[in-house]
Design a protein around this ligand. Structure first.
Ligand SMILES: C=C(O[C@@H]1C=C(C(=O)O)C=C[C@H]1O)C(=O)O
Length: 356
């Protein structure tokens, strides 16, 4: 077949795809009507995950899983926008890694509201000025994002999904590499690139700022002082900076886990994760006994963090992630057992254990 013939086939297929997408949009519209009538949540992470898992399993063609997820992300984003004006609050500003995580989950068709800090994200969702919020919870190099953990203690919000995003920081500037005297970035990004900075710019002044986007802006404004920034390629593009080196983080696989918070948690999907908080009595063996509850029920605990309670000095709150859904009888049993040994247990939600 010559090029024109092949392109003719592609045009035919695109026509069919568009007709099919329009039929899908009609059905999505019907789903939206049913949800509004029955007071159901518009965003259904369990349905999205089940749909993606089914398609990936069925896939026999050339498209890799990553592409299928990206294509369907946008199809489902358009669907969400058809059902309602979905508003997503995130830790801004635009171009930040959290913004990119939010787009990875909700696509380009919904509305986004950048907010200046973590508390505002929780607050706007709790006041229903936004439907969902996106906040970072941990990084594979730097560990927990403490502020997010702390905000869950008093928040009525639940976790309904997680997002895993590979963080590939780049060096960006409007000056040649030899003229760089200072490096601007968010403390998390500077920490993720600590080894690289020591090797390549041991004498540079490190300037911590509120976000990687702000760092890019300052690098643009302080060209005369030899300023450069470390952050996302999206931030470089926003401020017209040149990317001088890509992927400079010390660990190639540097990944941040983000959470989607909303009014309700997510129904079971068959492969889920549950997050909860607990506080123990100040007695010998309390923590051991609390954790034995999970062992007794053969529940895999994938994460534990401790944070000061902020109510009494040297009193702690533990943040734990478990494999399984809180409606699974085993997880339910484990949590009931845990409650016997704790002064407080707070379930933060169960959500699909997926990321890519
Ligand atoms: C259409 C629905 O609403 C949303 C859009 C989906 C889709 O486009 O397939 C899937 C889940 C929901 O987040 C649905 O719940 O089925």
């Amino acid at each position: 077949m010559n090029l024109d013939d092949i392109r003719k086939h592609i045009d035919d297929i695109d026509g069919q795809l568009l007709d099919l997408l329009s039929s899908r949009a009609d059905l999505v519209h019907q789903v939206g009507e049913v949800k509004k009538r029955d007071g159901l949540q518009i965003y259904a992470p369990e349905r999205e995950e089940a749909l993606l898992r089914r398609l990936i399993e069925r896939n026999k063609g050339r498209l890799p899983e990553k592409s299928i997820r990206a294509i369907y992300r946008e199809i489902m984003s358009a669907a969400l926008a058809l059902e309602d004006d979905l508003k997503i609050a995130y830790l801004g500003p635009e171009g930040s890694w959290t913004h990119q995580a939010a787009i990875k989950k909700f696509g380009h068709s919904v509305d986004y509201t950048p907010l200046p800090n973590f508390s505002e994200v929780f607050d706007q969702v709790a006041r229903r000025r936004a439907d969902y919020g996106v906040v970072p919870i941990e990084n594979s190099t730097e560990g927990a994002v403490n502020h997010t953990l702390d905000l869950f203690v008093d928040s009525p919000l639940q976790i309904c999904a997680q997002i895993l995003l590979r963080i590939e920081n780049c060096l960006m500037a409007d000056v040649p590499r030899e003229q760089i005297k200072s490096l601007y970035s968010h403390p998390q990004a500077l920490a993720q690139c600590r080894g690289w900075i020591l090797k390549h710019f041991p004498k540079a002044d490190l300037v911590e700022v509120s976000s990687t986007t702000r760092a890019a802006q300052l690098a643009k404004e302080n060209v005369a002082d030899g300023a450069a920034a470390i952050g996302s390629p999206a931030a470089a593009e926003m401020y017209g900076l040149t990317v001088l080196e890509e992927s400079i983080q010390d660990r190639a696989t540097n990944t941040t886990r983000f959470l989607v918070i909303g009014e309700k948690t997510c129904p079971p999907t068959g492969k889920d994760r549950t997050s909860l908080l607990f506080a123990i009595h100040d007695r010998p063996g309390s923590l051991v006994r609390a954790l034995q509850a999970f062992d007794q029920f053969h529940i895999n605990m994938s994460k534990i963090e401790s944070r000061p309670s902020k109510r009494k000095d040297w009193e702690y709150i533990f943040y734990v992630d478990l494999s399984g859904h809180c409606e699974d009888p085993v997880v339910k049993g484990g949590i009931e057992e845990l409650e016997k040994h704790c002064s407080m247990v707070k379930l933060l939600g169960s959500y699909p254990d997926a990321g890519e």
